[in-house]
Design a binder for this molecule. Structure first.
Ligand SMILES: [Zn+2]
Length: 64
């Protein structure tokens, strides 16, 4: 595991960031290694992750 590869199942891109696996799963990203504590994300999945978490926050605010 020397390379910083994206941890999303089926994705082979170079990772740019890493997050807690749980947070990634909540954002709708499927981890390749479901036992990992952290998950690396490539540029594209990082974008998806941010979008998903932003949407969540928005919905939360609207619900209040
Ligand atoms: Zn990816």
């Amino acid at each position: 595991m020397a390379e910083d590869k994206c941890g999303v199942a089926g994705c082979d891109e170079v990772a740019v960031r890493s997050y807690a696996r749980e947070a990634c799963e909540q954002a709708g990203l499927k981890p390749e290694n479901e036992n990992a504590r952290r998950m690396r994300l490539c540029k594209e999945h990082n974008k998806q992750f941010k979008k998903a978490t932003k949407t969540d926050r928005k919905l939360e605010t609207l619900g209040r």
